[in-house]
Design a protein around this ligand. Structure first.
Ligand code: SAM
Length: 265
C-alpha cells in the first residue's frame, strides 16, 4: 500500500477492510478465474483489489474519490490488465466495460448509497454473471427475506426478481477502519437465467410493489386502492384483506399484470 495516510471520508462511505482473514474469505468466495473480467466497485485503498488482480484476465475499478484513484494508479502501476475509472458507480453503464465477456461484480460497497446502487446494477443485469457485495447486514437480510418475515419488502421482491440471493459471510465492525456503526454481511447474487415470474410490464410491477410497501401495515385493499379495486385483487387469486408482507412474488406479478392490463385500456 501507498505510504501516506488517507483520511477516510464519511460522505463516500469509506470504511476500509483491514482484516486479512475476512479479505481472504471474500476472495475465496468470489474464486476469480484467469479468463474472467471482474469489476470492483469502490476499491478504496486496494484491500480486495490486490488479491483479485493476479487472479483474473481483466479488472476494472470504479472509484469516485480522486485521491484514492491517484493512490490506486501508483500502487498498481505495473499491471496492464487493470482499468481504473474515476466515476460515480451510480452513473456508469457497466455493460460498456466489456463487449465480449459477461462481468463479475464485486465490492465492499459504500453503505450510504447501497439501495440505489443495487437498483442501478440490476438495470445492467444482462451483462452480469454474478455479484459479491459487502453490505450492511440488515440490507442483506431484507434482500434474502421471504413472505411472512419482518424483513420482507420491496427490496426482497425486486432483488429476488433478478437474482438468487445467498448470504455467505457475516463480518463485524472491528474488521474495518474506521469501524462502521452496523454489522455487515457478504452476499452472492446470481442473476436468474429465466425470471421466476412473468411480468408483462416491468414499470407497473415496480410501481405496484413500491406502492404496496409504502403502507405495509395496511391491507392490500387499502394499500393498493389507487391502482386496483378489491374485486380486481380478488380476481388475481389474492385476498384483499391480506397484508403486503404475506404474499409472494408470484402474487405480486399477477397483481402487476392485472394493473398493467387496466392501465393500458
Ligand atoms: N474496497 C475498499 C475496502 O474494502 O477497504 C473500500 C470500501 S469502502 C466501504 C467504499 C468505497 O467506495 C470507498 O473507496 C469510496 O470512496 C467508494 N465510493 C463511494 N461512493 C462511490 C460511488 N458513488 N461510486 C464509486 N465509488 C464510490
Amino acid at each position: 500500500m501507498s505510504g501516506t495516510y488517507h483520511k477516510p471520508r464519511k460522505r463516500f462511505g469509506q470504511n476500509f477492510l483491514h482484516d486479512e482473514h475476512v479479505i481472504h474469505q471474500i476472495v475465496a468466495a468470489i474464486a476469480p478465474q484467469p479468463q474472467q473480467t471482474l469489476v470492483e466497485i469502490g476499491p478504496g485503498q486496494g484491500a480486495i483489489t490486490r488479491l483479485l488482480i493476479d487472479a483474473c484476465r481483466e479488472l476494472h475499478l470504479v472509484e469516485i474519490d480522486r485521491d484514492l484513484v491517484a493512490r490506486l494508479h501508483s500502487i498498481f502501476a505495473q499491471y496492464d490488465n487493470l482499468h481504473i475509472h474515476n466515476v460515480d458507480a451510480l452513473r456508469i453503464d457497466f455493460c460498456t466495460l466489456s463487449s465480449t465477456q459477461s462481468l463479475r461484480l464485486v465490492g465492499n460497497l459504500p453503505y450510504n448509497i447501497s439501495t440505489p446502487l443495487l437498483f442501478h446494477v440490476m438495470e445492467n443485469i444482462e451483462c452480469i454473471e454474478d455479484m459479491h457485495f459487502m453490505l450492511q447486514r440488515e440490507v442483506v437480510e431484507r434482500m434474502a427475506a421471504m413472505p411472512g418475515n419482518k424483513d420482507y419488502g420491496r427490496l426482497s421482491i425486486m432483488i429476488q426478481y433478478y437474482c438468487q440471493v445467498e448470504p455467505i459471510l457475516e463480518v463485524g465492525p472491528e474488521s474495518f477502519t474506521p469501524p462502521p456503526k452496523v454489522d455487515s454481511s457478504v452476499v452472492r447474487l446470481t442473476p436468474h437465467k429465466i425470471k421466476p415470474v412473468k411480468v408483462d410490464d416491468f414499470f407497473s410491477f415496480s410501481k405496484l410493489v413500491a406502492q404496496a410497501f409504502t403502507m405495509r401495515r395496511k391491507t392490500l385493499r387499502n394499500a393498493l386502492k389507487n391502482l386496483l379495486s378489491a374485486e380486481q385483487i380478488a380476481s388475481c387469486d389474492v385476498d384483499p384483506g391480506d397484508r403486503p408482507d404475506v404474499i409472494d412474488i408470484n402474487a405480486y406479478a399477477r397483481l402487476a399484470n392485472c394493473y398493467a392490463k387496466g392501465s393500458r385500456v
